[in-house]
Ligand binder design. Structure first.
Ligand code: BG6
Length: 480
């Protein structure tokens, strides 16, 4: 038996990608509610508020808000023992800066968690998954503003108190490290509510704003970890990072240095979350750039007091980095410039390199560095599915992808001794893609009848992968 007996087998989603009901029962507008649909090579547009006539795929999504009872019954049939979703901050605090929580929003998650628990499915909750209240962006500039620490803490306190006996596993900020890719506005927008104009729309301006926002989020996260442990000492509170394994293009020392710096630029976030302090290489970077960030002594003490219990991470792909632009001695890694193709790997229909062994690499990298439990909270293949005339959906490509990744995870446990507590494949019920806003980029074991243009009955049906994953869970990963 390689995996823990209490291994968490689940599936992962985020509120804004499946709930819909974007303006129901007092919910406010979030940063994802002003994102239009995009596609491969077409970035999602960030509109100024909700503009009539534009296509906002998250507004209805797959209408989980109204269909959750049927869906959770299906999740139970699939065999899940945990369900990772997020709480939409804007259901609880519609504008983000209110003093009182919205009871209708709280009640919705009470009902949702009760429904999960009825079937023995443990909710695993992300507090902020690309769902910042839009009002906090228009009024405060998003996470540029220190006051968001208090707004976020108030929200977290409200939900952690309310659900203290229903939810044990929490995560603070989803893929907080994505904003290290500060030239991609989509990432800074959904992570922190940052769009750039004028002087800020320069390399230094973007970089500084992203680091300042990240600092406030790290402090907010630490505050919430500390608070959560006071609310219920049994809580397990993790960080959540995106982990593309970062390889060097060659053994040329300059490429190796670029790989090292690329890792530093992405994974200093988990360093702070886990160790409770900034690594020197980031402090040096702030100094070199004269960023003069607002980081107080009390902030640093707070980071020390709010170390996470586990590292949650998403793994979809690996990247190859190279020093093609002669950037020494700083090796200033910029994700939009310094990634090159990997000739050894196939890519998905959306151009994502498929690299199961990279998951084992990731698990080892993280475990060696932090020596605390790891939770794979996202993994999966976005692909187009075809519904046959008889209604069946054959998705051997998805089974193949997941099988190889689970095998790599088991090797990391069996051979390398990594402590993995759970695995929740992403989008196990089809939902709106975060990066492109498409429906046709499907990850699910459960098919949802809805197209990119918003048409469809929303009917749910099982793909071949449904029975396969059920058996994986049934055998605790022994038979994949
Ligand atoms: C992660 C996010 O980036 O990857 C999810 O946490 C997202 O919200 C997932 O959906 C897959 O990305 P995409 O762009 O294919 O939806």
């Amino acid at each position: 038996m390689s995996l823990r007996k209490d291994f968490l087998w689940g599936g992962a989603v985020a509120a804004h990608q499946l709930e819909g009901a974007w303006n129901v029962n007092g919910k406010g507008i979030s940063v994802s509610d002003v994102l239009t649909a995009g596609g491969v090579g077409v970035e999602r547009e960030i509109t100024n508020g909700v503009i009539p006539g534009k296509n906002y795929p998250n507004h209805e999504a797959i209408d989980f808000y109204h269909l959750y009872k049927e869906d959770i019954a299906l999740f139970h049939e699939l065999g899940l023992n945990c369900f990772r979703t997020s709480i939409a901050w804007t259901r609880i605090f519609p504008n983000g800066d209110e003093l009182e929580a919205n009871e209708a929003g709280l009640q919705f998650y009470d009902d949702l968690f009760d429904e999960c628990l009825k079937y023995g499915i443990e909710p695993v909750i992300t507090l902020s998954h690309f769902e910042i209240p839009y009002h906090l962006v228009t009024e405060y500039g998003g996470w540029r503003d220190r006051r968001l620490i208090d707004f976020f803490s108030r929200y977290a306190k409200a939900v952690m108190t309310r659900y203290k006996d229903k939810v044990k596993y929490w995560m603070t900020f989803n893929e907080i490290d994505n904003q290290s890719n500060y030239f991609r506005t989509y990432s800074t927008w959904v992570n922190s509510g940052l769009k750039f104009e004028g002087e800020e729309d320069t390399k230094l301006g973007r970089e500084r704003a992203s680091y300042q926002a990240s600092h406030y989020e790290l402090v907010a996260s630490a505050k919430v970890v500390e608070l959560g442990h006071q609310i219920n000492p049994d809580f397990k509170i993790g960080c959540m990072i995106s982990f593309p394994s970062l390889y060097s293009k060659s053994c040329k020392p300059e490429d190796m240095m670029m790989q090292m710096v690329a890792n530093q630029r992405r994974y200093w976030y988990s360093d702070v979350h886990v160790r409770g302090h900034y690594p020197n290489f980031i402090k040096k970077l702030f100094e070199r750039r004269n960023f003069n960030l607002d980081i107080t002594i009390e902030d640093l003490a707070q980071l020390e007091r709010g170390k996470v219990d586990y590292v949650g991470f998403s793994y979809y792909k690996s990247f190859v980095v190279a020093d093609e632009h002669g950037k020494s001695p700083e090796f200033d890694y910029v994700e939009t410039q310094d990634i090159v193709d990997n000739p050894y790997l196939d890519v998905s229909d959306w151009g994502w390199p498929v690299d199961p062994l990279g998951l084992r690499w990731a698990l080892n990298w993280l475990y060696e560095r932090y020596e605390i439990p790891l939770f794979i909270v996202e993994n999966g293949l976005g692909a187009e599915d075809k519904v046959e005339a008889d209604g069946t959906i054959h998705d051997p490509y998805r089974i193949d992808y997941l099988r190889k990744h689970i095998a790599a995870m088991k090797d990391a446990v069996d051979i390398d001794g990594v402590d993995v507590i759970g695995y929740t494949p992403w989008g196990f019920i089809d939902l709106v893609s975060a990066g492109t806003g498409e429906m046709k980029k499907r990850y699910g074991f459960i098919y949802v009848d809805k197209d990119n243009d918003g048409s469809g009955t929303l009917k749910r049906s099982k793909k071949d992968s449904f029975a396969w994953y059920h058996h994986v869970i049934d055998t605790n990963g022994e038979e994949i």
